[in-house]
Design a protein around this ligand. Structure first.
Ligand SMILES: Nc1ncnc2c1ncn2[C@@H]1O[C@H](COP(=O)(O)OP(=O)(O)OP(=O)(O)O)[C@@H](O)[C@H]1O
Ligand SMILES: [Mg+2]
Length: 358
């Protein structure tokens, strides 16, 4: 119990404990300073009256309490009568060993963005890509000139010197290939959302991985066959899975394993930048048992041009993150040596779409 109290008051994240009627039973010091209210003025009050959250959460919260499940809500403004609202991520979780008590944790975005950097970095990624696209365009023309000149030169040269011109041509081709990848990134079409079967797409990705770049890996399917269809762009989703399988294969030597895990989890709700809320109950995890993310880049892997590989362009995960967020999904990563999990959360396909498609 002493430990519990110490833990509660040391927690650097603002946290509240609520009883079955949403009354605040306890607040930690971080919550008191965040809300700018004393524990006395908080205790016994309904959370919804003391803490202003600009999203209708009472109902999903009640459901989470009933199911004893946790609920994540991102990007909501949280304030109190005593402080201006601030963009936060919220987590609601049932207190173990109790039937009704819930814990609410409020992570202001400065903290949250460190934990979950990729979404706040989307803008930065866009401008980095925009810049690179412009450069790509500018570099390709002179590069074609250089390659052409080297080829002309090589005609009059001895075999030994030809090695040099060959090198120029070869390296220029490599640069052109990289530039084309950058350009392709900038030219992504908007997603064409349809009801699709996740397992079909996972199977296609696994098949092409297992005859190509991922032939040395063992694949373990751990599917929930009752999973309903998702609303997504099937081709883009395939690209996402292929990129993740490719990274997992590249991180592993012979004998590495990739587990493809699908399941249903209703607790995840995200709030999009346009203010709408989305439920993302369909979960796909791609798990490998390799060495894990290199720690020095672990926080930036979704940024373009961040790579831990000698010949990597660092565009794979930037593309994955863009495709997933354009399609209304969510991606996170959790990595320790021996277990790296990329988790994608997707929406359900609405019933109308299936009917409308006949
Ligand atoms: N499953 C994984 N295990 C270990 N490290 C990973 C894994 N997935 C990604 N990484 C790390 O994240 C980096 C960024 O990945 P990303 O796919 O964006 O670029 P890349 O694979 O280096 O290059 P590209 O995909 O453009 O060929 C990788 O270089 C690697 O260091
Ligand atoms: Mg990659």
């Amino acid at each position: 119990m002493i430990l519990d109290t110490a833990l509660w008051s040391s927690l650097p994240v603002p946290a509240l404990m609520l009883d079955g009627d949403d009354l605040i039973i306890s607040s930690n010091p971080a919550a008191e300073s965040f809300l700018n209210m004393s524990s006395k003025s908080l205790t016994g009050q309904r959370i919804w009256e003391k803490v202003m959250i600009d999203a209708p959460l009472e109902e999903p919260f009640d459901r989470a309490r009933k199911n004893r499940s946790s609920l994540f809500v991102n990007d909501v403004n949280v304030g109190s009568g005593e402080r201006a609202p601030m963009m936060c991520n919220l987590q609601f979780a049932p207190l173990q060993g109790s039937e009704e008590v819930m814990i609410v944790m409020i992570s202001p975005r400065e903290i949250a963005s460190r934990v979950n950097q990729h979404h706040s970095s989307e803008k930065a990624a866009k401008s980095a890509i925009g810049m690179a696209e412009m450069l790509a365009h500018e570099i390709k023309n002179p590069l074609a000139g250089i390659t052409g000149a080297a080829q002309l030169l090589s005609m009059g040269l001895s075999t030994e010197d030809q090695e040099m011109t060959d090198l120029i041509v070869e390296e220029s081709r490599r640069i052109v290939k990289l530039l084309e990848q950058v350009e392709q990134f900038g030219n992504l079409r908007p997603p064409l959302l349809k009801a699709v079967n996740i397992h079909d797409i996972l199977d296609r990705a696994r098949q092409s991985a297992s005859v190509g770049f991922g032939a040395h890996m063992l694949y373990i399917e751990d599917y929930d066959p009752s999973l309903p269809q998702t609303l997504a762009d099937g081709d883009q989703l395939l690209q996402v899975f292929l990129n993740l399988l490719k990274n997992a294969s590249e991180a592993n030597k012979e004998g590495g394993a990739i587990r493809l895990h699908t399941f249903y989890d209703t607790s995840l709700r995200v709030r999009r930048s346009d203010g709408t809320q989305a439920r993302l109950p369909l979960q796909i995890e791609i798990i490998d048992n390799g060495p894990g993310l290199p720690p020095e880049i672990a926080n930036d892997i979704f940024e373009p041009f961040v790579s831990g590989k000698e010949n990597g362009t660092g565009l794979g995960l930037a593309l994955v993150s863009k495709l997933i967020s354009d399609g209304g999904g969510w991606i996170t990563v959790d990595s320790v040596p021996g277990r790296t999990v990329f988790r994608i959360s997707l929406p359900l396909a609405p019933k109308e779409t299936e009917v409308g498609e006949n």
